[in-house]
Write a protein that binds this ligand. Structure first.
Ligand SMILES: [Zn+2]
Length: 272
């Protein structure tokens, strides 16, 4: 009854982010950060109604993650942020996550389990280099920013990877778009436009000009750009491959992060 070991339950654990720090100009050596589990207070903050969901997540990251001095969260890659969320979840509640999904073939409602620590694969700079060298026949490809891309049509551009600061811009623009009545496809266009650094060697283009350029890309160039960017980016592959309990169909999609993610219930099946 004298157990007051709550402090050790909140111990920090060292983890390495998928980028291994290569995109931060030395500000995050080896991608190493320290993460501790959430407190009940912090869990409540995440679930409090109202407020900006993204800013809540950033507040949790500021409170539960130790970065090297001087590192700014706004510089954090979105893929590294995703990895941090996964580490926070695993440390706080364990790796087992039961997610709900609807079968794309028979429309049955399913609940499947994923082990967040074992089933999701880290894509490190080394992995990215091996993939891009093989898949795109660029034998000397190195992970770096900006990254030159030659599209199937012959157009050339250079891109970089999205940061927390870009996510803020996107969320803000989407909110404005909504208030003006519909921001159809805007978020998608912005995720590409904001990653464009230069087009045909020109770096002085405004965001709206880059947006316009992205919208006019052929579908084929667009697909190539998307695939290349995904293959060239470090991160954790969150694709899951569950099997439908009703028709046995195999599905694959990015892991859905629902309320269970940060407030798991003990029993996966919603029976009763
Ligand atoms: Zn099915």
């Amino acid at each position: 009854m004298t157990d007051t070991g709550t402090d050790s339950a909140l111990d920090y654990k060292s983890v390495k982010l998928p980028s291994r720090g290569v995109f931060y100009g030395g500000a995050l050596p080896d991608g190493g950060v320290e993460v501790r589990p959430l407190t009940v207070d912090e869990e409540s903050l995440l679930f409090a109604s109202g407020g900006d969901a993204t800013e809540k997540v950033h507040r949790i990251i500021r409170q539960c993650v130790r970065f090297p001095d001087g590192f700014r969260i706004s510089d954090l890659l979105l893929t590294d942020r995703m990895a941090i969320m996964l580490y926070l979840r695993v440390l706080s509640y364990g790796p087992s996550y039961n997610f709900r999904w609807r079968c794309p073939y028979c429309n049955a409602a399913n609940v499947s389990e994923v082990n967040l620590a074992d089933d999701l694969k880290d894509t490190t700079p080394e992995d990215v280099e091996a993939t891009v060298r093989r898949r795109y026949s660029v034998p000397d490809f190195r992970v770096d920013e900006p990254l030159d891309v030659a599209l199937p049509s012959g157009k050339s551009l250079s891109i970089r990877f999205l940061r927390v600061s870009d996510d803020r811009t996107i969320q803000q623009r989407v909110r404005q778009g909504r208030s003006k009545g519909g921001a159809g496809g805007l978020e998608y266009v912005l995720t590409i436009a904001l990653s464009v650094v230069s087009i045909g060697g020109r770096e002085d283009l405004r965001v709206t000009e880059r947006e316009e350029w992205v919208r006019r890309l052929s579908a084929r160039d667009g697909m190539y750009l998307r695939n290349f960017r995904d293959d060239a980016e470090t991160g954790i592959d969150t694709t899951v491959h569950p099997t439908c309990s009703s028709c046995n169909g195999d599905a694959d999609f990015p892991l859905p992060l629902d309320a269970e993610f940060f407030r798991p219930t003990a029993v996966p099946e919603g029976g009763s």
